[in-house]
Design a protein around this ligand. Structure first.
Ligand SMILES: CC(C)(COP(=O)(O)OP(=O)(O)OC[C@H]1O[C@@H](n2cnc3c(N)ncnc32)[C@H](O)[C@@H]1OP(=O)(O)O)[C@@H](O)C(=O)NCCC(=O)NCCS
Length: 339
């Protein structure tokens, strides 16, 4: 994992918007988060910092990697994706680089893709990076406070390789989505939608036959360029889908919650994790949370938590670990691992 050195506390945020440390901690559990060093760090550079550590711990080098998967919703460029930027920074040539845009469940989706490539024998050394730089694009006025206080920057990475051992590694992955409420947690602008799905997002007729529907003056005037979240609606759905998809993974492998050494949920909100823990009757030591220190780092939250849990000795060889995520889309998923 790599997180930028710049720690931003809840009290720091009270200086730019109308919020309090008490409100943030009570509703989300977050005490502080990291923000990327402005003009120096990006999603790609932070991802590569995490990747270098992952490569070293996996006992491999960038030259041996045969495929890159990069999960993010805060890419450096609209295109090309962060996969090729990471490839360039790592000095690797020619290998494939795939970008995954599945928001909070980006890491699980990317892991599932990597797992299929490894199991089919197509690749032997996959570098999976998940990173986010939310702080460059959030609304730090009071208007955006329900979203901005939650998100943080950071990166995580893993290297996936095949194993001959049966019942080892990624046992199964489970992916789901439901786009009926896609805009409930979204950042639709700038986009190429021309207001097709949400009438109030329809731009004025630009007075020209072609173009003029992407970044409009009206958009900038209205300052309508930030993420939107209906927090309570997301919360309600998350506390149903998290337990469902965790049980799906356990049932598929004929295992029970008591077999779990550690559940690493996407760090959306401490209250969501606590709700899930209660619903599944998991002990405190079976659930890992570090949102208090980093906020919600979207695609990066699971690999960051996985890394810290492993460094703290909470995951040992042979342990059963479940990763689970829910987020914008909605998309959700789980992965069961025998470490
Ligand atoms: C976002 C979330 C913390 C908001 O908590 P909530 O209890 O649902 O709060 P509401 O959105 O109903 O807002 C309650 C009040 O707090 C205010 N508020 C919102 N953000 C605030 C902030 N940062 N500081 C102070 N007050 C804030 C609201 O304006 C509202 O005020 P009002 O009652 O005067 O209108 C909560 O809904 C949540 O965690 N949802 C899930 C979000 C999530 O996990 N997203 C990531 C998905 S992967």
């Amino acid at each position: 994992m790599y997180v930028p050195p710049n720690v931003v506390t809840n009290d720091d945020l009270t200086k730019v918007m109308d919020t309090t440390d008490e409100w943030i901690q009570e509703r989300t559990g977050i005490k502080e988060r990291r923000y990327a060093t402005r003009f120096e760090e990006t999603t790609a550079t932070m991802g590569v910092e995490a990747a270098k550590i992952a490569l070293e711990r996996a006992g491999t080098t960038a030259n041996e990697i045969d495929f890159i998967i990069f999960a993010t919703i805060s890419p450096d460029y609209y295109f090309p994706g962060c996969g090729v930027l990471a490839q360039r920074l790592l000095g690797i040539k020619d290998i494939g680089a795939l970008d995954v845009r599945n928001q909070c469940s980006g890491f699980i989706y990317a892991l599932s893709v990597a797992d299929q490539f490894i199991k089919s024998g197509m690749y032997k050394n996959i570098l999976l990076i998940a990173a986010e730089t939310h702080s460059y694009g959030l609304d730090f006025s009071t208007r955006g406070r329900n979203v901005s206080v939650i998100f943080g920057d950071g990166a995580g990475a893993v290297v996936l390789q095949p194993t001959e051992e049966e019942h080892r590694g990624v046992l199964s992955t489970h992916l789901h989505s439901d786009g009926t409420a896609a805009e409930i947690l979204s950042m639709v602008n700038p986009g190429f939608h021309a207001g097709k799905f949400v009438a109030e997002k329809r731009p004025k007729e630009p007075g020209q036959p072609y173009g003029g529907l992407f970044i409009t003056e009206e958009l900038l005037e209205k300052d309508d360029i930030y993420p939107y979240m209906d927090g309570p609606a997301v919360f309600k759905m998350a506390v149903v889908k998290f337990p469902e998809v965790i049980m799906e993974a356990l049932n598929k492998n004929n295992l029970q919650t008591s077999d779990l050494r550690l559940l690493i949920p996407h760090q959306a909100n401490l209250r969501i994790s606590q709700f899930v823990q209660q619903k599944l009757k998991l002990k405190d030591e079976q659930v890992y949370n570090n949102i208090q220190k980093y906020g919600n780092t979207t695609a990066a939250s699971i690999p960051i938590a996985l890394c810290e849990a492993w460094e703290e000795g909470k995951i040992k060889e042979g342990d059963l670990v479940c990763l689970a995520a829910f987020g914008s889309g909605f998309t959700w998923g789980s992965a069961l691992l025998r470490w």
